[in-house]
Ligand binder design. Structure first.
Ligand SMILES: Nc1ncnc2c1ncn2[C@@H]1O[C@H](COP(=O)(O)OP(=O)(O)OP(=O)(O)O)[C@@H](O)[C@H]1O
Ligand SMILES: [Mg+2]
Length: 313
């Protein structure tokens, strides 16, 4: 079963330049959360901070009663075993073939015999559709295959917390659909806690249970999907509807006068779609009735929401 990750007042800077400040959020155990934000706002830095690869300036990351930011290196090594991370670039070792890359965490963190390692590596490679590519070097396979090899490696220790940094970037739409389905199925089967960084609006609208947006050095909003998908907050609305009109500009934030002059209030939000469902026909790990959050919070969802109740695979 997954574990809850509670982030409190986290701040990070490089050389005195803040990346983001005062981020607080809770990744609920066993649920899928997505993190969005313009390029360069520090989403990858956030994931690296969560696994303890980067030390924040301030704040705490609670897993149970342990604060990752206060752990000694040896204890941190232990806690890292809870995590599986798919880095943005796959982060495979270029001189190791696919098999050895996937086997690496098992050889590093366990004392399993090679025969046991082989069975586990082959199981994960089959899961991501890479059976037969064991002997290939990362430079000899496509970008999409490297992503899937990175995913197999991230999964090999059966982590309780899975972090995915843009699993869908550089994939064609069909492979993105397969990958999203794989994410839903993995979450349902393992019950692990998932955090996905994505730029894909379709992924953001149909895959997660919770959505967050980092913008302007802060966490603009984090909460249940229905909260963000019905939100009138300009940056959230602009991002989740992929529009040019709003406070987010090409290079940085637009100044307020600029976007207010182009902003048309009351442009209807698109309907909230159903969530992608597991392929075995069972419920998602954190299934909630569509519209429940809106009803409980007195929020009128955009017209036409939930008319298609579930996105079937
Ligand atoms: N190790 C580092 N040392 C110094 N600066 C860094 C380091 N890692 C990241 N940065 C800076 O932190 C900022 C955030 O980078 P990050 O890679 O987290 O952005 P991102 O939101 O993941 O962007 P993208 O959507 O393009 O992947 C950038 O300005 C980057 O240059
Ligand atoms: Mg990134």
């Amino acid at each position: 079963m997954g574990v809850e990750v509670r982030v409190e007042g986290l701040s990070m800077s490089f050389g005195g330049r803040p990346v983001w400040s005062d981020i607080s959020l809770t990744l609920p155990a066993g649920e899928i959360s997505a993190l969005l934000g313009p390029s360069g706002t520090g989403k990858s830095v956030f994931l690296k901070t969560l696994v303890g690869l980067l030390r924040p300036d301030r704040g705490a990351i609670w897993i149970g009663d342990r604060d990752l930011c206060r752990l000694r290196e040896r204890d941190l090594y232990e806690v890292r075993r809870l995590f599986g991370v798919l880095f943005q670039d796959g982060a495979l070792f270029g001189s190791m073939n696919v098999y050895d890359n996937v086997a690496f965490p098992l050889r590093e963190h366990t004392k399993l015999k090679e025969s046991a390692i082989k069975a586990m590596v082959q199981e994960k490679l089959e899961l991501v559709g890479l059976t037969g590519a064991e002997e290939k070097l990362p430079g000899q396979i496509s970008g999409g295959m490297r992503k899937r090899a990175g995913l197999a490696r991230a999964l090999v220790l059966d982590p309780q917390i899975m972090l995915f940094d843009e699993p869908d970037s550089g994939l064609d739409p069909v492979r993105t659909a397969y990958l999203n389905q794989l994410i839903i199925d993995l979450n349902q089967r393992t019950g692990a806690t998932f955090l996905i960084v994505t730029h894909d609006i379709n992924t953001a609208r149909t895959v997660p249970d919770n959505i967050g947006l980092i913008y302007h050095g802060h966490l603009a909003m984090f909460g249940p999907r229905e909260m963000l998908l019905s939100s009138a907050e300009p940056a959230v609305r602009q991002f989740l509807t992929a529009q040019r009109i709003g406070p987010i500009g090409m290079a940085e934030e637009k100044d307020a006068d600029e976007w207010e002059s182009e902003y048309v209030a009351n442009v209807p939000l698109p309907p909230i779609p159903g969530q992608l469902q597991p392929s075995d026909g069972l419920a998602r790990a954190a299934e909630r009735p569509p519209g429940r959050w809106c009803a409980d919070n007195g929020v009128e969802p955009p017209p036409g929401s939930f008319s298609e109740l579930a996105v079937r695979p």
